[in-house]
Each structure stands twice: as C-alpha cells, then as structure tokens.
Design a protein around this ligand. Structure first.
Ligand SMILES: O=P(O)(O)OC[C@H]1O[C@H](O[C@H]2O[C@H](CO)[C@@H](O)[C@H](O)[C@H]2O)[C@H](O)[C@@H](O)[C@@H]1O
Length: 376
C-alpha cells in the first residue's frame, strides 16, 4: 500500500488541507482524487455563529451555549404529553412527515437513481445513553445496516473518533467519516461499487492534532472537579459531556470550557445533545463530508444519485442543508420533538430508523426480483 499526500489550500481559512490517498486493492472509491468541495457560505448556521469561540468570550456567550444545549436535547419525555405538545408535534409532522408512513413517496422519488445512504451514529443507530462508552448498537440494527450496504453505498458520519465508531458498528464494508467528517476512510472490504484500486483517507484537519491533544489535557484538568463531567477525545475534535452533570453546574462547566478555549482562537465550539464540541475553525463539517463522499463515488455532478442522510443532532443539519441546496435526495431527522430542521422527513427513534432501513432493503429486493421476472 502506498500513500500520496495532496495539499489543497482553502482560500477562506488559509489552512492547508492534506488528503492522503492510500492505494490498495480493497476499496470502491473512484481513482480520481476529488478536491474537497467548497460549500457557499459559512460552515454553521446563523444561530450557531453567535456561539462561536475564536475570540473574546463572556458570560452572555456561556449562557447562550447552555441555553442552546438545553434546547437541542430536551431533558426528559413526559409520560403524558399535554394537548399542546401533541398538537405542536402533529403540526411539525405536517412539514416533516414520518419516513415510514411516506415510504412509497420516498422510493418513487428515488426511481432510476442510485441511493447512497448516510447514517449518523449516536441517537440514530444507537439509543442515547448516559455513558458514551456504552452506546452500543443492537445486533438487529447491525444486521439492518449490513443489508442496506449490500444494495447501496453506505457511510457512517459521526462526531466520534473514526476508530471508536468503527468499534461500535463493526462493519468493514462501510465508509466511515469520524470527527464530524474530518476523518474519512473508504471501506476495508470493497464489493460491487468498486471503481478502482484506490482507497482514500481524507483528513483536512491533521495539522490540528497537537493542538487538540493539548486542549484535551487542559480540559481534563479544568473539569476534573465537576462531578459527572466527561471529556472525550475524538481525535480531530473533543466532546465535553454535560449529561451526568447536575444542571445547576452547567453554566460553571461551560465557563471552564470557555476559559480554556479563549487561549485557542483556531478552535471553535458547537453544541450537541448535552455536549459541547470543540473543533478546528476549518470550513469542514458533516455536509462537506457528504459532498466529498458523493464526489468520490463519482456523483459530483450527476442527476442519477439519491442521497439519504439520517441523523438526530444539530451537527447533522449541515448535511441536511447540503441536500436541500443540491435538490437531491433528502434528510431524515430522528426526533420525538418538533425541531427546527432542514430535513424533509422524520423518524422518532433508532428502532424506527431500523424499520426504515429494513423496508428499503425489502423494496430493493422486490424491485430486483420484478426486473428479473419481466426480463424472462
Ligand atoms: O455524530 P454522532 O454520531 O451523533 O456523535 C455526536 C456525539 O455523540 C456522542 O454523544 C452523544 O451520545 C452519548 C451516548 O448516547 C450521550 O451520552 C451524549 O450525551 C450525547 O451527546 C459522543 O459521545 C460524542 O463524542 C459525539 O460527538
């Protein structure tokens, strides 16, 4: 196996991006090295932009982080939702209908096109749990994802470190984009989508590794006195977990994070589900990862592709937006609550995701059989 490094400069961030292309005989990536695509506009939504670090911080900013984190992860589901909750959910679902109920509409729209499946991990393939190290996916879900990958190119796109998410998923036939898309690797086991002899490794934030390690150690030290706080090293980004911290202490913990980050203007901060995430200020997110993978598969300017992205987190919105802007395929948000989203459809929880994946496989098998029958 040989490695080539291609450096592509990003004029907006003035940061060089190194793409290492490993040549092997086991991948189904296209031999052409696609340039990381440029997405117009910023890499985060307007509301998140206000929350960026990269400069002076303050009490208002910390409050905004905490509010935003609360909003993106409702604390608990009421056993008996009020009438207004139910009405709000029904109204929201008019605009984001269940992908299970509208399954036929979805498959009709994909006819004649190659479906490419993108799956977030936490909260999408595995239920949200208190300990991030125990977020296992079920055997049934693994089997459903494996089946999907037999018929459609399939990628896992996660905020987790790529190796860690691979240890949870354990399927070598998939593409993996870890660290919110900043660490992309093609499948170790190539099959029918194989287009050449090259596999590809894209790590646009590699120069940040020493800085991320340094900040990881600083955050471990700073947060060790907060009961329940956990700092997770996701290689090109870090997560500070609030889930097991008493809500009374959230503002103080966010302030500790801010104090550390004030020393590192080249890092920025986003929120997920009871988590603050620290990452490089390069213009690269899950949306860029999706475009990069489509381009690698040879679908950069194609009308024959139908990407489906399923995710539950704010960071998945970057990918939903890319699909909306391309006018191709669609996003499915996993949520039990009305949420502002660029996704077109919804599913309520990971078991519904599994049912959707199973339906897709059944539909594909049936259409392949029908094709055989009509030919004979
Ligand atoms: O992009 P994802 O695959 O959804 O990863 C986003 C973050 O997911 C994990 O945290 C979340 O799930 C944990 C386990 O269920 C939960 O304890 C935590 O509160 C959630 O925020 C992961 O631990 C993070 O590193 C990821 O960035």
């Amino acid at each position: 196996m040989t490695n080539q490094n291609v450096v592509v400069s990003d004029p907006k961030s003035a940061i060089g991006m190194a793409i290492a292309v490993s040549v092997s005989n086991s991948s189904f990536f296209s031999p052409a090295v696609p340039k990381p695509p440029t997405v117009p506009g910023g890499y985060i939504t307007i509301s998140l932009k206000k929350l960026e670090t990269g400069g002076a911080g303050g009490a208002g900013r910390v409050g905004a982080w905490v509010d935003s984190m609360r909003a993106s992860s409702p604390t608990r589901i009421k056993s008996t939702p009020s009438l207004s909750d139910t009405e709000a959910l029904s109204a929201w679902m008019l605009h984001h209908p269940s992908a299970l109920r509208t399954f036929e509409q979805i498959t009709n729209a994909s006819k004649g096109k190659q479906i490419v499946m993108f799956l977030d991990y936490d909260g999408t393939l595995s239920p949200i749990v208190e300990d991030p190290d125990q977020a296992f996916m079920s055997k049934e879900m693994r089997a459903a994802v494996k089946d999907v990958a037999r018929y459609f190119p399939t990628a896992i796109v996660s905020g987790r470190c790529r190796d860690k998410v691979y240890r949870f998923v354990k399927l070598s036939e998939l593409y993996y984009a870890g660290s919110h898309g900043m660490d992309i690797k093609g499948p170790a086991k190539g099959r029918k989508y194989k287009k050449g002899n090259q596999s590809l490794l894209c790590q646009p934030a590699s120069e940040f590794l020493p800085m991320i390690d340094e900040v990881y150690k600083a955050l471990l030290e700073k947060t060790k006195s907060t009961p329940g706080a956990k700092v997770e090293n996701n290689k090109f980004c870090l997560s500070v977990h609030f889930r097991c911290v008493d809500e009374q202490r959230w503002t103080a913990l966010a302030e500790q994070v801010r104090l550390v980050l004030n020393q590192y203007p080249k890092l920025r901060l986003t929120q997920g589900r009871k988590v603050l995430e620290i990452r490089p200020t390069i213009k690269w997110d899950k949306g860029n990862a999706l475009e990069f993978l489509l381009e690698s598969l040879g679908y950069a300017n194609s009308n024959d592709v139908f990407p489906i992205y399923i995710g539950d987190d704010r960071t998945d919105e970057d990918a939903f937006k890319v699909l909306r802007n391309r006018g191709q395929g669609f996003g499915i948000i996993v949520s039990k609550f009305p949420r502002e989203t660029s996704a077109s459809y919804s599913l309520q929880e990971p078991t519904e995701v599994m049912n959707f994946l199973r339906l897709l496989v059944e539909w594909k098998r049936r259409s392949l059989q029908d094709n055989i029958l009509t030919r004979h």
